[in-house]
Ligand binder design. Sequence first.
Ligand code: UDP
Ligand code: MG
Length: 338
Amino acid sequence: MHVLPDSVSTSSVSRETVAFIIPLYNEEAVLPLLVAELEAYRAAHAEVVQVVFIDDGSRDQTAALVRKLTGHLEGYVLIRFSRNFGHQLAVTAGMEFVETDAAVIMDADLQDPLDVVTEMIEKWKAGYDVVYGIRKRREGETLFKRTATKVFYRLFRHLSDTDAPLDTGDFRLVSRPVLDAFRKMQEQQPYVRGLVSWIGFNQTGIEYIRPARAAGETKYPFRKLLKLATDGLFSFSDRPLRYAVRLGLLVSALSVLGLIWVLIDKYIIGVEVVGWASIVFALFFFGGLQLFFLGIVGAYLARVYEEVKARPRYLVRETWASEVPAPAPLPVEQEAHA
Ligand code: UDP
Ligand code: MG
């Protein structure tokens, strides 16, 4: 039994049905194992009534394999994107699709242990709205990736005003009120974990050791990680712009001091002012700095441009469901409609 802080609501929202949201990008290697694990889990946890796979434009047999493996099973849905839109938008599509009382977002590669899901569901039933997994240790990932993500989460915390927990990915349970709030946020390049922190309600974390991928290769090359990091920073902080202003002021102030020093040298001490090297150095240094900050301004501008164009954030080519649909979330209401 969990002891809850006073702040935890005991509101009367229903806490019965759970859906899994699992994005897939070229995951044919791990799918058979994943479906077997999910079925074993669901046999013991009846609240998991639905599994929503989002096929993020896979180029292998992922979609066909989902149909083959789950066609005869209960409550599987496959949302197929028209192309690869990225992990964050795949998760977003899943969160916008599900109608259950709560949803668990997890990776396809079984790096998010199902034992932890059980704990998440317990905490949710006890009154929490968001239960996220905190990676205490990561196995089977390169030193570079571990260090880069550690540094990023700390930098993010320092730069943004949103109180995001450290070392926390998208593996989490979110309740219906959070899902409803999330649907209202139609950002073009959503940084899901940041948005969920921003939403608030009662959030808590569970520490776990993240195992290595069960099969297949990582689908997050450095380029995608970098995009995730910049999406997070630029959409949750305007501090890079403010730092630019401060640095600009500081440099101007220093240059006035420098000028005074040069004047003293020339007219009071009488030193011949030689300056070619220092001028060239200063030219390149400040040229670089200006381009750098122009780039930062440009990055914000590009994001504004994305929002203004307001294109659909993802396109679904097809939505498929297994033969046995998930039981209706509210049987009482269903009777009333019949
Ligand atoms: N993924 C996706 N679209 C992408 C890249 C990844 O939907 O463009 C999915 C992938 O199939 C997996 C999850 O996102 O379910 C996390 O990817 P991965 O496990 O490769 O990332 P890592 O754990 O190595 O950071
Ligand atoms: Mg993974």
